[in-house]
Design a protein around this ligand. Structure first.
Ligand code: NIG
Ligand code: FE
Length: 413
């Protein structure tokens, strides 16, 4: 199987030497080849260059990309796409003035989704989740993180992990599973949080780690959920089982979760709608990447992450969808790239870097994904005809994607 794409108007994110992370100033540059070609064999990027240097290459499939942009597929490093049903009734409650916290306090929110998931069969959960993923692939997502966290019992969490494993086996997309060990405190444990944390550290984490499906651990570090002490206890237990943190912090309140994440060598700290100088300081010199989720800010009407402060401090930033039924029911990375420009004040170059190389870094896969580099995996997208790549974030809520190549296979969008 080989694919040759010719006459590409702009080939983006081209790197002769592999790139695995772009920080601060580096994010301002998006490498572009004008009037280019790229050649793929099986699942690998073999060759690329400018059309004027092109010498005939035989290929099974030849695509004429005249007037179109080609770039690495989107890398969505934070999602909760394995869930059952939806929360449209809470959506209406919020329109009528209730806050996310008020809805959660009356038994809605994560507890609502957990109840539905517990009552959903494994096959049904798989069918609902893979349908979501296929829709995202058609919109250009080629690599995606998927969290557990809507189980809240050992049985339901392991069911989620098995569903993620099955998705990983069946889908062409690259899947990074994360154990969202501590997402909410179930009703029966309301007055016994310590007992619930004990269940997480002594049962859930060891069982999940033994299944070998995931290498990452997540905690919702937030008022009314898990405080700093709880988070540290859980991260420590995760560390003992070689689970690296990718954590929810600073969504509504600053509890010190960023510094804690850095202390435990988190791969990423995600949300950061609230952010202060100490948080920025904590990130400096670390291997931890900040992940902004503008779809969540949009849907809940909360602050947007001060992404400029992060990048201007010389730090790396990734952007992701947070696709979930409660705070961000969309997994469209094209919208996220647009929202990053309009709301986070990223340039198109910064936003595309944040959604490709840096998104891949936030999943621990940027050695093989996120740029057009010889030897990297053939996960690419081809846009509809456009004058310049800036039209991707500019024309918000449009679908700019025409075709996707995922793991070396061409799919029609
Ligand atoms: O990332 N904040 C925690 N978890 C999800 C939302 C969960 C839900 O409301 O179902 C998030 O926003
Ligand atoms: Fe999330």
């Amino acid at each position: 199987m080989s694919i040759l794409i010719l006459n590409i108007k702009q080939l983006l994110q081209v790197h002769e030497t592999n790139v695995t992370l772009l920080k601060g100033e580096e994010m301002k540059t998006l490498t572009v080849l004008e009037n280019a070609y790229v050649y793929l064999e099986h699942d690998t990027i073999i060759e690329y260059g400018e059309m004027e240097d092109y010498r005939t290459i035989e290929a099974d499939t030849i695509i004429d990309a005249t007037g179109k942009i080609v770039l690495p597929s989107w890398c969505d490093s934070h999602t909760h796409i394995v869930y059952a049903g939806n929360r449209t009734s809470e959506f209406v409650d919020r329109i009528n003035g209730l806050s996310y916290a008020e809805i959660a306090n009356k038994g809605g929110g994560i507890l609502n989704s957990a109840k539905v998931l517990q009552d959903t069969s494994e096959d049904d959960l798989y069918d609902q989740s893979i349908a979501r993923l296929n829709e995202l692939i058609a919109m250009g997502t080629g690599a995606i993180e998927i969290k557990t966290g809507y189980g809240l019992t050992l049985e339901a969490e392991l069911k989620m992990l098995r569903v993620i494993k099955r998705i990983k086996q069946e889908s062409l997309a690259v899947i990074t599973p994360t154990l969202l060990a501590a997402h909410a405190i179930p009703e029966d444990y309301k007055t016994k949080k310590e007992a619930y944390i004990k269940y997480i550290t002594e049962q859930l984490i060891p069982e999940a780690a033994a299944s070998n499906i995931t290498h990452y651990i997540d905690v919702f570090c937030e008022e009314g959920y898990f405080d700093i002490k709880d988070t540290e206890t859980i991260l420590k237990a995760g560390q003992a089982h070689n689970l690296r943190p990718k954590i929810h912090v600073n969504q509504f309140n600053i509890l010190g979760g960023i510094a804690l994440g850095v202390k435990y060598n988190a791969l990423s700290v995600d949300h950061l709608e609230e952010l202060n100088e100490n948080d920025i300081k904590a990130l400096k010199g670390s291997d931890t990447i900040a992940v902004a989720l503008p779809g969540c800010s949009y849907f809940l009407g909360i602050s947007y992450t001060k992404a400029r402060n992060i990048i201007d401090a010389g730090l790396p930033l990734a952007i992701a969808t947070d696709y979930n039924p409660g705070s961000a029911p969309s997994g469209n990375m094209n919208f996220i790239v647009g929202a990053a420009c309009v709301k986070l004040k990223l340039t198109p170059e910064e936003a595309i870097n944040a959604a490709t190389v840096n998104g891949a870094y936030a999943m621990g896969i940027s050695n093989m994904y996120g740029s057009i580099t010889r030897g990297k995996k053939a996960n690419l997208l081809i846009t509809k005809p456009m004058e310049h790549y800036s039209e991707i974030p500019y024309a918000f809520a449009h679908n700019p994607i025409e075709q996707v190549i995922i793991n070396g296979q061409l799919l029609e969008a």
